[in-house]
Design a protein around this ligand. Structure first.
Ligand SMILES: Cc1cc2nc3c(=O)[nH]c(=O)nc-3n(C[C@H](O)[C@H](O)[C@H](O)COP(=O)(O)OP(=O)(O)OC[C@H]3O[C@@H](n4cnc5c(N)ncnc54)[C@H](O)[C@@H]3O)c2cc1C
Length: 392
């Protein structure tokens, strides 16, 4: 196995790194203190830059307005954008990959504008009583002539505050396909309501809103892929998001280790830099070792995804994505905890990246499938395929 980046990917890495360092990191503290709100002109300027740099819609194919990056290239970008707090890196506009299943009409109306940043999507699966088990939707859609009538509520809808359309998963006829269907729903249609704007532990540039859908009339033409394809499509989304979460966690851990190491070498207590004390060295050494392991896993699964040809290949990628997400998110949590400890009292101040990451990285173990759900996926695959199938 060879995980060296090609010259093209190294150039991409440097380009994104420079954008993150020069244009995103300087905005962190003001974004944190504004509870994640970006001024409209700052958001517009950054989106312009993202388009100039050719980073918008990295996952979607070129035919629909995206960049058509390989999984490894997407991992490179995600690793770099993970190095800014407050999810400032999400400014890279990354419409949901399920939009690749759009019809030509949907492409023109929703996907191309989302890739260009003139429209924005969000993804609404989770409900009050459907979290880890996303197959028990209380949200329903019932056919009525050329339309469907959508009823239900969705929780924690990320980008629900800035998006203008949502991909909504709803229960349809259980006898057709997997019994779930994805609908493209415009958020200004009659019957769509914001039910709550809850406050969360972190302050990201995206809010997480609760939405209600009361007899919302959705044209049949707004179904993604087909009736009864909802769970299968959402699974594709989870697979891709889990790899990108792992990559962002790897990036975050690198920033934390760099900052903690630099601080330790400058901070003098008891007459010498604290970096000379073994207690500090062990925390840094464990962190560096773990981020290397997580990084290898993440690039390995991205490469496997690029090479996957059969359904069985994709199932194996699914399991490896769970392993990478599980390990990288838990690793990043440990690294953030150690970084706070190394910074001492400063590590508890919101002005320091260690404090912000300590809060922000916690959700990586929860969304797109909790650590417990990843372990269940991994264990069942072990029972089915045996240990060797997971080590290549
Ligand atoms: C900030 C944030 C943003 C989010 N953004 C989105 C979004 O944009 N769109 C969206 O649809 N959703 C979103 N989510 C929802 C997220 O995906 C869910 O919170 C997550 O899948 C867990 O579901 P839950 O919160 O209902 O927890 P539950 O499923 O109720 O789980 C509670 C606990 O029980 C454990 N558990 C559950 N089942 C098992 C089991 N079989 N074995 C062992 N343990 C189990 C879980 O691991 C967890 O520890 C977001 C959540 C957050 C916090």
């Amino acid at each position: 196995m060879d995980f060296h980046l090609s010259p093209e990917l190294t150039a991409l890495q440097l380009k994104v790194r420079q954008f993150v360092t020069d244009e995103l990191v300087p905005l962190e503290v003001e974004t944190e203190l504004a509870e994640g709100r970006l001024l409209p002109d700052v958001r517009a300027r950054l989106i312009r830059r993202v388009k100039e740099l050719g980073l918008n819609a990295m996952a979607l194919p070129r035919e629909v307005g995206g960049q058509g990056f390989s999984w490894v290239a997407q991992t490179v970008v995600s690793e770099e954008i993970g190095q800014a707090t407050n999810a400032l890196g999400w400014i890279v506009l990354d419409p949901a990959i399920v939009l690749a299943a759009a019809t030509p009409e949907q492409v023109e109306k929703y996907v191309r504008p989302a890739c260009a940043g003139t429209r924005q999507d969000c993804y609404a699966i989770t409900e009050e009583n459907a979290g880890s088990d996303a197959s028990v939707m209380a949200t329903t859609a019932v056919r009525d002539g050329d339309d469907w009538i959508l009823n239900g509520e969705k929780w924690h809808v990320t980008f629900g505050d800035t998006a203008d359309f949502a991909v909504v998963q709803a229960a349809t006829d259980p006898k057709v396909g997997d019994g779930n269907t994805l609908f493209i729903v415009e958020l200004n249609w009659p019957g769509v309501k914001v039910l709550a704007k809850p406050h969360y532990m972190h302050h990201l540039i995206a809010g997480h809103l609760h939405y209600g859908f009361r007899s919302v009339r959705v044209p049949h033409a707004n179904i993604l892929s087909g009736v009864g394809q909802g769970l299968a499509l959402s699974k594709e989304w989870f697979r891709r998001e889990r790899v990108m979460i792992a990559a962002r966690c790897v990036g975050a851990a690198q920033r934390l280790i760099d900052e903690a190491s630099a601080f330790a070498q400058n901070r003098v207590q008891f007459g010498q830099p604290i970096s000379e004390y073994q207690a500090i060295q062990f925390m840094l050494a464990d962190s560096l070792t773990e981020v290397w392991a997580a990084r290898l896993m993440t690039y390995a699964v991205a490469q496997a995804a690029d090479e996957a040809k059969t359904d069985e290949d994709r199932k194996r990628v699914h399991v490896k994505a769970s392993m990478a997400k599980l390990y990288a998110s838990e690793m990043a949590g440990r690294v953030a905890d150690r970084a706070v400890q190394i910074f001492g009292g400063r590590g508890y101040m919101r002005e320091y990246a260690a404090e912000r990451y300590y809060r922000e990285l916690r959700v990586e173990r929860i969304w797109e499938g909790t650590s417990e759900i990843q372990r269940i996926i991994i264990a069942y695959s072990l029972y089915k395929r045996g240990v060797h199938a997971h080590l290549d």
